[in-house]
Design a protein around this ligand. Sequence first.
Ligand code: PBG
Length: 333
Amino acid sequence: MSAFPQTRLRRNRQTPWSRRLVRESAVSVDDLIWPIFVVEGRGVEQPVPSMPGVCRLSVDVAVERVQEAASLGIPAVAVFPVLDPAEKTPGGERAWDRDNLVCRAVRALRAAAPGVGLICDVALDPFTTHGQDGIVRDGVILNDETIEALRLQAVCQAAAGCQIVAPSDMMDGRIGAVRAALDAANLPDTQILSYAAKYASAFYGPFRDAVGSKAALGAADKRTYQMDPGNSDEALREVQLDIDEGADMVMVKPGMPYLDIVRRVSGLGVPTFAYQVSGEYSMMHAAAQQGWLDLPKVRDESIMAFKRAGAAAVLTYFAVELARDLRAGRFSA
Ligand code: PBG
């Protein structure tokens, strides 16, 4: 009795009101996390050529923009520092200097926009001369030595006022180590967002332009620590380990090419975020510039796809314009 012609799935799709009633997923401003790039200086707003519409901001400008994001209802911002190459070292020691750029940005943003959650990456790549996320010896990324650095970095960021530390380095055992370090530093309330299933992806290209790690990295890659794009079961192992070690939330990254992973991970019952990474953002812009895609429409559809796959929230460079459009009732997906 459930076959055509009695059953016609088009019945529910006939009118906008009916489509609204039966819709399974929704996008709201509560789902958006805005990644920003900060640089030294004052009044700086420096476009990133490979990311149309994205600028590196000095802290004073970032403060204004984050206040605006807060007024639009965006719950959280992820802060990425762009270091002067002269400040980078092989060991990335600036990462745990309490007066480094990211800590200064965090203090300023906490004071100016106290209602916004601040997320900081825990990884050494913005701070290292070689652009790797960890400490390198004889061409090998050292796991346990890197963890010691990450503990210092995470505590430093949390002490500056960052509420969510987000290890994005993919070293083994770092979540437990960072949790223990935070607790020992009397920071038991700092949340950990683990980049648990982070793939060795070419979609990070424009981000590496933005933070200046591409030139540092040269022809090297991150395949000895970031995941193989062919693996899915392994993502569940990564996530389970991080949950067991104390992650409060987990991330899948990149986003759209890995929605199958978002679906599987969100089924584990831990808040699962997806990162619509720089390459995803830039390719939509590039196609729109050619007149091949309608940017707001593909943007909205892409965010809806994350929600449908089970993401609790999405890190996206579209966050501010999306929040503005959502508030104005302009959402096309
Ligand atoms: C670095 C980091 C990367 C991104 C976020 N944190 C790049 C990388 O791993 O090389 C990529 C984000 C994006 O592409 O938007 N730990």
